[in-house]
Write a protein that binds this ligand. Structure first.
Ligand code: FES
Length: 68
């Protein structure tokens, strides 16, 4: 699957069957944090950034506070 600069993380993840957890949607709670090529990104306040064409490794982070 291809993603493009400016695409939002939520809809892009959904296209591949992954639901990114959400909370405040304002960038303050951290519920939507994902790991993008080793850097933590809050999906609700960031879009996919321009870069060289490459594969992205994206991981959901876990937060015991938001589980259960
Ligand atoms: S949903 Fe709270 S920081 Fe993104």
């Amino acid at each position: 699957m291809y993603a493009y600069e400016g695409d939002d993380w939520f809809s892009t993840a959904k296209k591949v069957g992954i639901e990114i957890p959400t909370g405040c949607l304002t960038g303050s709670c951290g519920a939507c944090e994902i790991d993008v090529n080793g850097q933590t990104v809050r999906a609700c306040i960031n879009n996919i950034k321009k870069g060289k064409e490459c594969s992205l490794k994206v991981s959901l982070t876990t937060d015991p506070f938001w589980e259960n």
